[in-house]
Design a protein around this ligand. Sequence first.
Ligand code: ATR
Length: 274
Amino acid sequence: MPRLAVIGFPVGHSRSPAMQTAALAELGLADEWSYGAVEVAPEGFESKLHELAASGYAGLNVTVPHKEAALALADEASEAARAIGAANTLSFEADHSAADDVEVRPWVIAANTDAPGLLAALPASPSGARALVLGAGGAARAAVWALAGEGAEVEVWNRTASRAEAICAELGGAALGAPEQASYELIVNTTAVGLRGEDPFAHLPLAASAFGPGQTVVDMVYGERPSALLAAAAAAGAATVDGLEVLVRQGALSLEIWTGREAPIDAMRAAARA
Ligand code: ATR
């Protein structure tokens, strides 16, 4: 019976087990597959990974703070995972090339579904759109890579400007100090601002009054629902996408990698939001 799990530190708050368990049930796979949660500190990640791979796990979703380590430990990685420098999805495969009498550990394949998950969550393709990414951490790297790859005109703002310059030099896009908010068709907040209830307009180069119809605003933070940022964007007539929708979409793509089945998005969304 193949097992799946999200691995992180901490992991208790994750919506992935509820969402993926609902998906497996919807696909009629609940008797065969299971999806749980594994909490492990960074120093124990490598040994836990090999232990799970050797004990009937088919794959893992990887979350903070293990995404970079997951890529580093993989035997094989997708282009997205390598470019972004992080993996949120691992699959374990028995090594069929090995002789029968040699005990080998499973082959670890890394993928990144955060980037295509963001694209899938958008109401329209960002191709040709002016897009602003706020932040320069791991979530920003996935967003910049995804949007630039789709042909968006990406600009990046970060509190610490040197980090924005570094990701643009590597992944594309232009770093800037003072974005012209109304000029973007797409604004993606990947910073942690809002997670602890901070006022986004006190910390980000945005004004609540400067959103408008024709814009799409994405907030990866999903503490309060809706976030203060998305509430202001919606009030101004902008389309909004919250972090849970991005979570659902990345999870759906991970599930498709493991099972080869089309993911039941509606069931996953309902479970993630329950
Ligand atoms: P992740 O990998 O999840 O994206 P991270 O690497 O910790 O997380 O990055 C967090 C992001 O939130 C960074 O862009 C950070 O800005 P700095 O690079 O200047 O640290 C941003 N961030 C966190 N708190 C912030 C605040 N109060 N105001 C503005 N940006 C903030």
